[in-house]
Ligand binder design. Sequence first.
Ligand code: ZN
Length: 356
Amino acid sequence: MSVILRNIQIPLFIKIETGCLRNIRKILDEQHIHFQKPLIISEKHILEMGGNDVVHALNDPATILTNENSLARAKEIIREIREKRNDVLVNIGGGRVLDLGKYIATKAGVNYISIPTSPSNDGISSPVAVLINEEGLTESIPVNMPVGILVDTKMLTSAPIENIRSGVGDLISNMSAIADWRLAYAAGKESMDDFAASIAYSAAQLIYETCRGGKMDLQEETFLQKLVHGLILSGIAMNIAGSSRPCSGSEHKISHAIDLLYPKTSMHGLQVAYGMLLTGMMRGESIEHLIDFFKSVHLPLTHTALGLTDEQMVEVLLRAPETRSERYTIFEQLNLDRKKAIACIEQYNIFISKYV
Ligand SMILES: [Zn+2]
């Protein structure tokens, strides 16, 4: 009898420790990863903040400084890599640099190492790169997983608090994404990958249990360690599922609609966090238990806290379904028209007024 199992792509190593960047050479040796011509992609201030530990440990290889996650910039760098025959990419920075780097590595056919310096979303190890195309629009493009992930928790402590809060929001929103996934499965619209769902859910649960009921110091290293673990596990869950489904449901549709209609309203993780409360209510769940959690980490409880009016929020609800029309969520189940969307916002405002 043959054994029926599936193969899953996961990174060879994940190190989340204080000061681990200066040990990159040793870590690569332990993993038997050898290369001749690395290329580093980063930003000047990131290198000054600690990224230079990697540069020196790798004997000062060629470095490209950029903070632009455009397809045009990616194409220039891919040409350069092909000419210079670089055989590994080391991407050090926030979301933009990591997205740019993973796309470049995938297209150029080289391995890459991700070194996130800001825990603001689950893109740290996700198999998706978000880039700006020629029309100035964002595109989500499937990419390979990194060969390894290194996170210096000491370096993360200097990340802006809003970025950390946004990371917490993106991670906790897995719970809402999975609730929608179950809904889609029950309605016979999608198949369910319980393994991917359980990884994404446990990652969110870890941060929920850590923060519930107390004031958290979000810039403290042990907390950041848990947060980054959770965000990395989310990326792995997405890779197992073959899509962002374990970490993206109706709450992400809300955030996508906000980005389309009212660009630069707030950060991704803060928008999905608020969206999680609203769509939780729409699914008829009890969301009271989330309020304490939201308060302990200062996540937004209302759309007003994000900077949106009731009228704008109604437009967001009406636009949300089509931002990812192939994905079945509570939006597709309720099929909101304007009247129902207004009622939904009114109902939420009454509910949340007890807590703000
Ligand atoms: Zn997200």
